[in-house]
Design a protein around this ligand. Sequence first.
Ligand SMILES: [Zn+2]
Length: 80
Amino acid sequence: MDFLQINNLNSIQECDLKIEQMNSFKNNYLKKIKSINELIKSIENHKYQLCEKKGHQWIMEYEDGIYGERFVVCKNCGLF
Ligand SMILES: [Zn+2]
């Protein structure tokens, strides 16, 4: 459904039904996003452990800007 089709909803009941359907779609996407985020975290963790076997190479990085903070990051895996 796109925004043009909204005009085809001719009653409160049709609107409620459509809202319910859209919320269901939305919740499915949110579940997928949650599971993708968990997958990304697992891959990052795996990447960190792979790098750790060889040994991280820690370097000092600086944030942009005059009040930029210093932080330590591994130059191989990019994690800190
Ligand atoms: Zn590393």
